[in-house]
Design a protein around this ligand. Structure first.
Ligand code: ZN
Length: 181
């Protein structure tokens, strides 16, 4: 894929486990730091969701290096248990491009998607999935049903885990700590 976010690829392959400290918010180590990464945008939506009392998860969908949809969790605000960031972003993206298939789209989400969202990602034919923090309790990519590895999964995106992980995990920790205190 010529021209596709070379910075992101460096980040994934070389630095995925090194974002605990030292690097700037963009996900790059210095240099062209003025351009926030797509995961940074997802983190912004996660923060906004958290500020609204929702579980802080955010998602953006990208096509041809352009964000075509973005959302944070809205399950409480919408009184809708399916209003996860990924589902809302998928719905907005299909509307934006006028197709139920997001074949050439990549999805960035701050937390490992759940069973419902992994299925939706598969049905939507998302090309690549990038996610931040792993979710041993509710995730369905590397935990639980591991949907993409199941025989009933008929489209499997390329998966890149641990992108912006430390920030996404810190957001969630803070959120649940505030709930307990
Ligand atoms: Zn979900």
């Amino acid at each position: 894929m010529p021209g596709f976010m070379p910075g992101i690829h460096v980040f994934i392959h070389g630095m995925a486990n090194k974002d605990v400290d030292g690097r700037d918010k963009s996900g790059h180590d210095g240099g062209s730091a003025s351009m926030p990464s797509f995961m940074d945008l997802a983190l912004d939506h996660a923060r906004a969701a958290g500020a609204a009392g929702e579980v802080p998860v955010g998602c953006v969908i990208v096509r041809d290096s352009q964000v075509i949809a973005a959302a944070g969790n809205r399950t409480l605000i919408d009184r809708d248990p399916t209003a996860h960031a990924e589902l809302l972003a998928i719905r907005a993206a299909t509307k934006a491009i006028g197709s139920e298939r997001l074949t050439d789209c990549d999805l960035y989400v701050t937390l490992e998607p759940c069973a419902m969202c992994t299925a939706a990602i598969s049905f939507a034919r998302i090309r690549r999935l990038y996610y931040g923090a792993a979710d041993p309790k509710g995730g369905a990519v590397e935990h639980g049903v591991r949907f993409f590895q199941s025989r009933t999964c008929h489209h499997r995106p390329e998966v890149y885990a641990g992108i912006g992980e430390s920030q996404a995990a810190a957001l969630l920790r803070e959120f649940f700590k505030e709930r307990r205190d």
